[in-house]
Design a protein around this ligand. Structure first.
Ligand code: GDP
Length: 449
């Protein structure tokens, strides 16, 4: 089962339980059975699933709950907490700091997405103000240097490599030296992969690491391998002092639940996930927001970060202030989409809004979502200022709706659909009132406002 379906199945199981007339042991058992089936179909190891459901049972203990307690909420919170536990390795990874020459070495099997991920990682940090550089120490695969060069050029990141030299250690040392001199503060070394773990690969990784003394070794793993991820992550961890993992190919069709939970079981922190072949298909992996998005509960901090990426710094506090005021007008709905459309894959962004669960959608669905948003914006373009600024959606009479439909060249149903989505969003955004102010304070501090 793919990740987006996994999230849907778990949410449905929880919703069914919430609809049950009484929340008793039977309703809980049915709900947990449904969640177990969903996780197993997603390739999560059965032992981990049983441990998770037993923990939920222990945490809930229906008999001991006082009358009047909201059992549904307690069960939902326990499922959320235990899913987080299952994916949490329990320790953070080393994070590079600006201004000093951090060396980060990438290891992994051939075809896992290592070279692509090096550039994604470099580009991500470039966006955060680092001066990254790329060294191609993969002399095993013909074409590896060309690929890195091409990616690096696209992302405007300096690179180093050689067509002639066959000693990966020599290239790695030369590259790291050169970029140290050039004051790069994030020197990324891409190493060779092999089709399978073998002594020669391990030895080469060891030698490159010994010569370049990396601050962090990142293991890149193909996320579609499911439970086999445990053995692979464990083997690399032991042989190359892996400090963090990036799981790739978690786009729509991957059974990513298995890989993510297996890596967590090796106690290695997953720091990013790759969700496609393009450079922007790359996301920070944080357990709680990830689970929250998986279950369609939104990711407020992710959304605020996207707003920070998308908007000029001086406009951010004002926009977030408007979101917190609790009067979510259609104009704000419009501005939200207008700003977020510029920031990258829309699926990623939509999934951060509570009520959407599309970050791990197949790409076709992502296009549909994007088209839908553009349609909404066209409809809103045909509204008057009074309509856009109204805080009372009931003002939207049938005759107004027909006028807006005509003006925007859309069907009446499109307009009513858009208004329905707006109302849902307004309801959810009323919760921002309490959740965003803390974020807002930190933004103000960061932008000296
Ligand atoms: P390497 O041999 O480990 O260096 O792997 P490459 O970087 O050459 O990637 C192998 C293939 O996987 C290429 O076709 C990449 O475009 C593709 N790839 C890498 N990351 C992802 C990802 O997150 N999702 C998808 N769908 N493809 C990816």
């Amino acid at each position: 089962m793919v990740l987006s379906q996994l999230g849907g199945s778990i949410s449905r199981a929880l919703a069914q339980m919430a609809n049950a007339t009484v929340v008793d042991d039977r309703a809980l058992t049915e709900c947990l059975n449904e969640i177990t089936r969903a996780l197993v179909r997603s390739d999560v190891q059965i032992g981990a699933v049983c441990a998770m459901t037993s923990s939920v049972r222990r945490a809930v203990n229906l008999e001991a709950l006082a009358a009047g307690t909201n059992k549904r909420r307690i069960i939902q919170q326990a499922v959320f907490a235990e899913l987080c536990n299952m994916l949490d390795p329990g320790k953070p990874s080393f994070a590079p700091t600006k201004g000093k020459p951090n060396v980060v070495m990438f290891v992994g099997l051939q075809g896992s997405g290592k070279t692509t991920t090096c550039t994604k990682y470099a580009r991500y940090h470039q966006g955060k103000g680092f001066k990254p550089s790329l060294v191609c120490a993969d002399t095993f695969r013909a074409g590896a240097f060309d690929q890195l060069k091409q990616n690096a050029t696209k992302a405007k990141i300096p690179y180093y490599g050689s067509y002639m030299e066959s000693d990966p250690v020599k290239i790695a040392v030369e590259g790291v030296e050169r970029f140290r001199k050039e004051n790069s503060d994030l020197i990324i070394v891409d190493t060779s992969g092999r089709h399978k773990q073998e002594a020669a690969l391990i030895e080469e990784m060891r030698q490159v690491a010994e010569a370049t003394k990396p601050d962090l070794v990142i293991f890149v793993m193909d996320g579609s391998i499911g439970q086999a991820a445990f053995d692979q992550a464990q083997a690399f961890k032991q042989s190359a002092s892996v400090g963090a993992v990036i799981v790739t190919k978690l786009d729509g069709h991957a059974k990513g639940g298995g890989a993510l939970s297996a890596v967590a079981a090796t106690k290695s922190p997953v720091i990013f996930i790759g969700t496609g072949e393009h450079l922007e298909d790359f996301e920070v992996f944080d357990v709680r927001p990830f689970v929250s998005r998986l279950l369609g509960m939104g990711d407020l901090s992710g959304l605020v970060n996207k707003i920070k990426d998308a908007m000029p710094a001086d406009q951010q506090p004002e926009f977030l202030q408007k979101l917190t005021e609790g009067t979510f007008t259609l104009r704000l709905f419009y501005e939200l989409f207008q700003n977020l459309l510029n920031t990258g894959p829309i699926g990623q962004i939509l999934s951060m809004l509570p009520g959407f669960r599309s970050e791990l959608m197949p790409k076709g669905h992502e296009k549909e979502s994007q088209a839908k948003i553009k349609r909404y914006m066209t409809i809103m373009d045909s509204m008057t200022d009074a309509e856009l600024d109204s805080t009372n959606p009931k003002l939207m009479s049938a005759s107004r709706i027909i006028r807006i439909a005509r003006g925007s060249g859309r069907a009446v149903k499109d307009v009513t659909d858009m208004l329905e989505e707006y109302k849902k969003m307004a309801k959810v955004c009323s919760k921002f009132k309490t959740a965003i102010p803390n974020k807002l304070d930190s933004l103000r501090r960061n932008t000296n406002m």
